[in-house]
Design a binder for this molecule. Structure first.
Ligand SMILES: [Zn+2]
Length: 222
């Protein structure tokens, strides 16, 4: 271990915080300190490395599980994400949500949408998912995760998969996912077993999305 770096890190995390602004104070007061959180946990949090537990089928309609579904959906939408898993809001249970709204695609060039095979789809709540590979062809594409904030890298994923799960009503459901949807499904399914995209990436492609801005601004933001 590099002691100097460790010391610097220690100094960084232990330096006294400045007085909060009113807005920061309000956010602090509103923040949820116990899971399920209203924020998305970051890499290093042990919950992201846990093998998540199944939810007993007869508990899916319980108020506890239903409020988890609601929280997960709300956080996903509030952050403008296409998908989010329960461990990412601090709950190591086998559940994820996915939804591709029209407005998600508005900022993406049409060529990119066609190339990646992106298409809008309605909200899916997938509980106790099982994944089956339908087309083994491996596709290399850039991928990111809100729990590894600001970073992206190239990851190989199978072209088509099928997820068998239970929906929020506790009914069996299927998701045949190909192209971009298959990538989403495999990424979120990995979260069920404590696997992150950084475990599967081509490490030489790992990129800080802000790298160019640091050069343009001539400084780092810490
Ligand atoms: Zn993720």
């Amino acid at each position: 271990m590099n002691t100097q770096i460790t010391r610097q890190f220690h100094l960084y995390i232990s330096k006294p915080t400045r007085k909060r602004t009113l807005l920061e104070q309000y956010r602090h007061w509103r923040a949820v300190k116990k899971p399920p959180y209203k924020h998305v946990v970051q890499i290093g949090d042990p919950v992201l490395r846990m093998v998540c537990k199944e939810i007993p089928r007869n508990e899916i309609t319980s108020s506890k599980v239903q409020s988890l579904v609601q929280r997960l959906t709300n956080v996903m939408r509030r952050k403008g994400l296409t998908s989010l898993s329960a461990p990412q809001i601090g709950v190591p249970l086998r559940m994820f949500t996915a939804e591709q709204m029209d407005h998600h695609l508005k900022s993406i060039p049409q060529e990119e949408i066609n190339k990646l095979g992106m298409a809008p789809f309605e909200l899916k709540v997938l509980i106790n998912p099982k994944l089956q590979i339908v087309d083994e062809t491996l596709i290399e594409e850039g991928e990111m995760c809100y729990s590894v904030h600001n970073y992206h890298a190239v990851v190989k994923r199978h072209k088509a998969v099928q997820i068998d799960a239970f929906n929020a009503k506790g009914e069996p459901c299927k998701w045949f996912a190909q192209d971009w949807q298959a990538r989403i499904a495999q990424h979120e399914f990995d979260h069920m077993d404590g696997v992150l995209f950084v475990d599967r990436m081509d490490s030489r492609t790992l990129t800080d999305s802000m790298w160019k801005m640091y050069n343009d601004q001539g400084k780092l933001y810490w």
